[in-house]
Design a protein. Structure first.
Lengths: 89, 512
């Protein structure tokens, strides 16, 4: 299975995102590099709105991740509830 | 349309924007409205299948982009107000920015022009909206980059006339010709070249590890514009992948055409990135990862997953990709050696790596650095210490396609320069590789028109009868300020002053 990945700016928003992502994707591997955080996972990775809202204690729009993302690898599918990265083979 | 729900979901909003705002023309033929849609041979049977996975609508687009800009400019202001230029790792680092400003930022502008043009040419509204947003993104990138680097222009040399230099200076013809080539292609080839091959497969190598390196060298301004731009690239990459899948799913006749474009644009991008390899390995005083390591993560791993995914459409990895695992061990050294020799004709400085830096290169390139490059670099350093800093006064042979001097070695023999030639209508043309030679043979009528800087100088089209007057008058490079060796340059002296070392008294640091 191929790796999907997501790279975030290492900022305050990212702390919650990384926390939420590792909660929902226990197979994800988090790497800290200068100014950025790379999260990679076999096959699939998702960011869920409900998990983020629980952590932030406020309404969270899935598209807010656009502010902090640096790059991604994998097929994207996004709707109101989740942002999903996936390789389907 | 009737909206049933009070608040539309993402999917509905996107559908209304990209489908319901479009219309079928009633009094004009569609072919007359979109005259460039057919000539490349790409067959589109149903534009409704076009999908943007981010489903970004204009209202959200403006909202998020505005927020990105506010964050970015707050940081640029803070950097300038706090004299951030004094806290970077070393003044040598700024030379990478000079290359960035002349070589990359104007290409962002070219990308804007390209997307604005092709966005007009698609009859599918989804594709038009995507191109429109990307055109605006690219314009934002060039503006923020120019703003960020204008601060460096107040304190460092060589940044004063990047747009003029982009059009004229010999090595800047490498990125310029890449985008000229893409922009003069049809709309579908342009998307394959820029959205897919460049954005999806290659830009990570520039905007992720190099920008992380900028942060590691204390350049808060550059890392911020870089990551801010790259946050748009995440959308562009997604678009690039969707574009390819869309074209491949539309008609099986599209597959061989797209494969040809992937082969061509992968190779062109790979050559272009040699410059970035050199920036990573030689121009970042504090190092994050080597070029070869970056290539492994962002091309071999990420590209491997991508091409495995595309296999089901009958797409194979790009032609000559098997040469890359060898080339990644060499290109940065070969490019830096070239720029070192021709520093009299560049708007940035070069230098030989210190002993410590050479040891890092040996560790990162155990199969090549000591064997092929260390001795040459040590010899040049010794020459320099004797006061005989080497400059090469013979202009190099350029490749007709990528426009890089023919500096690369054979994939199977690192002691032989790679050189190919081909006769077209009685003229002989020269190339750096089989990859570039193939590109020429497929479209000779395009590449015979290439504006090759060295040829133009010899033909007398760049003014002046010697290199110095071309560099001074045609390129607008300030001789003795912007060019030549870093050690002892006015910029080096200024840096010593900032750091409290009196350059008049302090001896020049030895090159080792």
């Amino acid at each position: 299975m191929s790796l999907v990945y997501l790279v975030l700016q290492d900022n305050d928003n990212a702390r919650y995102l990384v926390d939420g992502i590792t909660h929902d994707n226990p197979h994800a591997v988090v790497q800290h590099q200068p100014a950025m955080i790379r999260i990679e996972a076999e096959g699939r990775l998702e960011i869920r709105r409900d998990t983020m809202e629980e952590r932030l204690g406020r309404a969270w729009d899935v598209q807010e991740m656009l502010l902090d993302v640096i790059t991604i690898g994998g097929n994207v599918d996004e709707d109101d509830d989740a942002f999903v990265l996936e390789w389907k083979n | 349309m009737t909206a049933n729900k009070k608040k539309l979901g993402l999917k509905d909003k996107y559908r209304y924007l990209t489908r319901d705002l479009d219309w079928e023309p009633s009094y004009q033929d569609k072919k007359d409205i979109f005259p460039h849609e057919d000539f490349e041979g790409i067959k589109i049977t149903d534009w409704d299948k076009w999908e943007d996975p981010f489903r970004l609508t204009m209202d959200s687009y403006w909202k998020y982009q505005a927020e990105k800009e506010k964050k970015l400019y707050a940081i640029l202001d803070a950097f300038a107000q706090n004299n951030g230029q004094q806290t970077i790792s070393d003044a040598r680092y700024v030379n990478a920015l000079k290359l960035f400003l002349g070589g990359i930022s104007p290409c962002e502008y070219q990308a804007f022009q390209g997307f604005a043009r092709v966005g007009r040419q698609f009859s599918g509204a989804g594709a038009r909206v995507a191109c429109q947003m990307q055109a605006i993104d690219e314009l934002r990138h060039v503006q923020t980059q120019v703003h960020a680097m204008s601060h460096y222009n107040k304190h460092f040399n060589g940044l004063h006339d990047f747009a003029h230099m982009h059009d004229r200076v010999w090595f800047l013809s490498v990125p310029k010709s890449f985008f000229d080539d893409a922009r003069t292609a049809g709309p579908f080839e342009f998307l394959t070249a820029i959205s897919f091959s460049f954005e999806y497969v290659l830009t990570n190598l520039l905007f992720v590890p190099f920008m992380s390196g900028a942060a590691y060298n204390g350049d808060m301004a550059t890392v911020t514009f870089g990551f801010s731009a790259q946050s748009d690239e995440a959308r562009h990459m997604t678009l690039g992948l969707e574009v390819i899948k869309f074209m491949l799913e539309q008609h099986e006749d599209n597959v061989p055409i797209i494969q040809g474009w992937i082969d061509k644009w992968f190779w062109r991008g790979n050559r272009l990135l040699s410059l970035v390899g050199m920036m990573m390995d030689y121009m970042l005083p504090n190092k994050v990862m080597s070029w070869a390591e970056a290539w492994e993560v962002y091309f071999e791993e990420a590209g491997g997953a991508l091409f495995k995914d595309l296999e089901r459409y009958g797409i194979r990895p790009p032609k000559y990709v098997e040469q890359c695992p060898i080339a990644k061990q060499h290109v940065s050294h070969q490019a830096w050696a070239t720029f070192y020799q021709y520093s009299q004709a560049t708007n940035f400085h070069t230098w030989m790596p210190s002993d410590e830096e050479m040891d890092w290169l040996s560790a990162k390139y155990p199969e090549t650095f000591d064997q092929y490059y260390r001795e040459r670099f040590t010899f040049w350093r010794e020459q320099q210490e004797k006061g005989e800093r080497f400059y090469n006064n013979t202009l190099p042979q350029l490749c007709q396609v990528c426009q890089i001097p023919t500096i690369f070695t054979e994939p199977d023999d690192a002691t032989q320069l790679s050189h190919r030639s081909h006769v077209h209508e009685g003229e002989r043309y020269h190339f750096c590789s089989d990859g570039c030679c193939d590109i020429f043979k497929n479209q000779p009528e395009k590449y015979v028109q290439a504006w090759l800087p060295v040829h133009q100088i010899y033909q007398g089209n760049c003014g002046g009868s010697d290199v110095e007057s071309v560099v001074r008058d045609y390129y607008n490079i300030n001789i003795g300020e912007d060019n030549f060796e870093y050690l002892g340059s006015p910029e080096h002296q200024r840096w010593l002053e900032w750091k409290g070392l009196n350059p008049a008294v302090a001896p020049l640091p030895k090159a080792s």
